[in-house]
Design a protein around this ligand. Sequence first.
Ligand code: NAP
Length: 309
Amino acid sequence: MSFLIVNQGRYISHWVQALKEKKPDLDVRVYPEVGAPEDIEFALSWNHPLGAFKQFPNLKCIASTGAGVDHILRDPDLPEQVQITRIIDENLTRDMATFVLALVLNHMRDLSHYKALESTHTWKPKRYLRTEDVTVGIMGLGVLGSHTASQLVNLGFNVNGWARTGKELDNVTVYTGAEQLDTFLATADILVCLLPLTKETANILNKNLFEKLPQNAFVINVARGEHLVEADLIEMIDKGHLSGASLDVFREEPLPENHPFWSHPKVNITPHIASTTDPDSAVLQILENYERLQQHKPLINVVSRTKGY
Ligand SMILES: NC(=O)c1ccc[n+]([C@@H]2O[C@H](COP(=O)([O-])OP(=O)(O)OC[C@H]3O[C@@H](n4cnc5c(N)ncnc54)[C@H](OP(=O)(O)O)[C@@H]3O)[C@@H](O)[C@H]2O)c1
């Protein structure tokens, strides 16, 4: 049983090294040098070329190197019998929460404003809000969203969350489904998107949704670029309804040279760095699934192909 890495440009040598360190006898192949296609039963993947997996008749599992699986499920030629897994990792979860905290605090205390004043040597204190004056609304209360919510609660923020199904989270008011979306949005001074990208959530951050946020709300998208209708965001900021946005993910990455976000004074850009998988930390769960597959045991961190996450 051979192990294939199809990981376009992302940390391939780091993954090979981490796998080999933990399991020196593993037969690792790196796409497109696949050898005999019938040998491949397990694939580790990030942004594979569409259709690439249909050539492997014995493929049983495709493991995403990240928390999201949209890059796998978008392939219309995905073999039907194959199980899809994702990474659930403490470091990944903690890194996302700390990054969202950094963005929320940066916005609240207006650190970018003071940075800009440095160029004119201007000393100009502004009134500021305290955490208890601010409500953060988190869309998506899964592994990343629920941990981020609890960290915000610990800092004293009012935190509301929105998910598909109900759940109990300490000091977080949870709203569910389309019926409760508007009520959730009406409270969110800062809206954080931590949804998976699925048919239901694509383009969810649009003008219609922004209109339901309070005046001056701030938007943070750390999930996927396809959640956001980019022109709607710019329109709602320029109209003065939204106070700005911090975006880590984009429809096209890297963000094109001439994209209007680059020069927009109220849009902060980071290059998809909110939280990245560390192969050294995530390799154990990948190898565990590889072993489980050989022993015909149920895999861990399996996603639902029907739900799309
Ligand atoms: N920028 C980065 O560096 C970075 C890094 C890692 C991950 N991400 C993104 O973050 C996403 C979330 O990761 P995760 O591990 O937290 O995912 P997860 O554990 O699968 O959680 C997904 C959450 O979204 C909710 N949800 C899904 N579809 C929904 C819908 N139609 N309406 C309302 N709620 C819906 C789910 O509701 P239920 O709980 O009711 O099922 C769940 O609470 C990933 O898919 C990935 O795209 C970005």
